[in-house]
Each structure stands twice: as structure tokens, then as C-alpha cells.
Design a protein around this ligand. Structure first.
Ligand code: AMP
Length: 200
């Protein structure tokens, strides 16, 4: 199973990806998590990415493409992976297409979590509050000001991927405004249908 979860910040991609990891044992490849780990470890990549991430902008395609290319060659990705937060630009979408083609593998499906923008900022603020209450580090970009920029970046650079994958016949929608369990159910139904199509 090789799938992409697509949707704006706060749509629930990370939560749903984790549920799929539990159910299918397929690894979640979150470029946001990988970049945050690089920032924490103060690697060269982390140092270059930090200010961009804090401002809610997108890290360069070259950096994220290199991270993903290295990650998908690791043994745990041999039977598939869930791309969460990647690709986020058309350049990245072409790059992942090339990466997979070079390895003789194909994407099974791209699942768009369709959400109402107005609900998103509330979800992000709730995530920040919950992290704080649990004594965890609050993401620097989980606040109302930076969120606006993240959403703008999404519409400018990531939303065009909806048409891109629709044209390739890979796009499926799920209702991201439904309850978490219902969203999971819809995603699993899409995955099962794509497996029946002989694509998985
Ligand atoms: P996320 O955890 O997916 O919300 O990502 C947090 C931040 O990491 C984003 O706002 C970007 O600054 C950066 N980032 C994550 N994934 C990508 C990507 N595929 N392309 C560019 N920047 C990314």
C-alpha cells in the first residue's frame, strides 16, 4: 500500500496516518515530523529549515525531496508507506513520481481529506492546548498567525495537487469533517476498494 494523504494543515492527516500505521503496520512518512526531528537535532537541514517552518512557509523542494528519497529506501518501506504532508508542491509531486518509477513501484491512491477551512484554525489551537496540557512541547507554528500563512501556502502551492492527481485517476475524497472514527472508516474503505482494483 503506497498512499498519499492530502489536505490542509489541521485536516487530520497525521492522526489518520497513525491509525493506518496501527492497523496495517505500514510506516507513516511525515516530512513535518522528519523536519522537526532535524531541527531538534540541529543538523544542517534542520538549521536551514527552522526559520522557514516557524514562519509557516514551505521548506525547499530540494531538501524535502532528498529526505523522502532516502527514507523510502529503508527496509521498513519495502511493502509500502503512507506519505503524510508530502508532496506539497507540483515539483515534489513530479519528484515522488520519478522516485517511485525509478524503483519500479506505483502509488495506489491519493486520499484528500476535505474539510471546512473555518474549522481548521480551531483544531490547530486545540492541538496546541492539548500538547501544553500534556506537558509536551507546543509546535511553534501551531498558533493563529502562523496558521494563516500555512493555509495560504496550502492554497498557493499544495491545492493544485488535487487536480494533478485527479487527472492521473488517483484521487479519492473523504469527508474530513466527520468524526475521527468515521474518517478512518472512509479511508479504509478507499484503501480496500483500491486493493480490489488490483492496485495494491
Ligand atoms: P506539518 O507537520 O506537515 O504541518 O509540517 C510542518 C512544516 O514543515 C510546514 O509548515 C513546512 O514548513 C514544513 N514541511 C513539511 N512538509 C513539507 C513539504 N512536503 N514541503 C515543504 N515544507 C514542508
Amino acid at each position: 500500500m503506497r498512499l498519499i494523504l492530502l489536505g490542509p494543515p489541521g485536516a487530520g492527516k497525521g492522526t489518520q496516518a497513525q491509525r493506518l500505521v496501527e492497523k496495517f503496520g505500514t510506516p507513516q512518512l511525515s516530512t513535518g515530523d522528519m523536519l522537526r526531528a532535524a531541527v531538534k537535532a540541529e543538523t544542517e537541514v534542520g538549521k536551514r529549515a527552522k526559520a522557514v517552518m516557524d514562519a509557516g512557509e514551505l521548506v525547499s523542494d530540494a531538501i524535502v525531496n532528498a529526505i523522502v528519497a532516502e527514507r523510502i529506501d529503508q527496509a521498513d518501506c519495502a511493502n509500502g508507506f503512507i506519505l503524510d504532508g508530502y508532496p506539497r508542491t507540483l515539483v515534489q509531486a513530479d519528484a515522488v513520481g520519478d522516485m517511485l518509477a525509478e524503483r519500479g513501484i506505483e502509488l495506489d491512491v491519493v486520499i484528500e481529506l476535505v474539510v471546512d477551512d473555518k474549522a481548521l484554525v480551531g483544531r490547530i489551537l486545540k492541538r496546541a492546548e492539548e500538547a501544553e496540557a500534556a506537558g509536551e512541547a507546543v509546535r511553534k507554528d501551531d498558533n493563529a498567525e502562523v496558521f494563516d500563512e500555512r493555509l495560504r501556502e496550502y492554497y498557493k502551492k499544495t491545492a493544485p495537487l488535487i487536480g494533478y492527481y485527479y487527472a492521473k485517476g488517483l484521487l479519492k475524497n473523504v469527508d474530513g469533517m466527520a468524526s475521527m472514527d468515521e474518517v478512518t472508516r472512509q479511508i479504509e474503505a478507499v484503501i480496500e476498494a483500491s486493493a480490489k482494483d488490483g492496485k495494491s
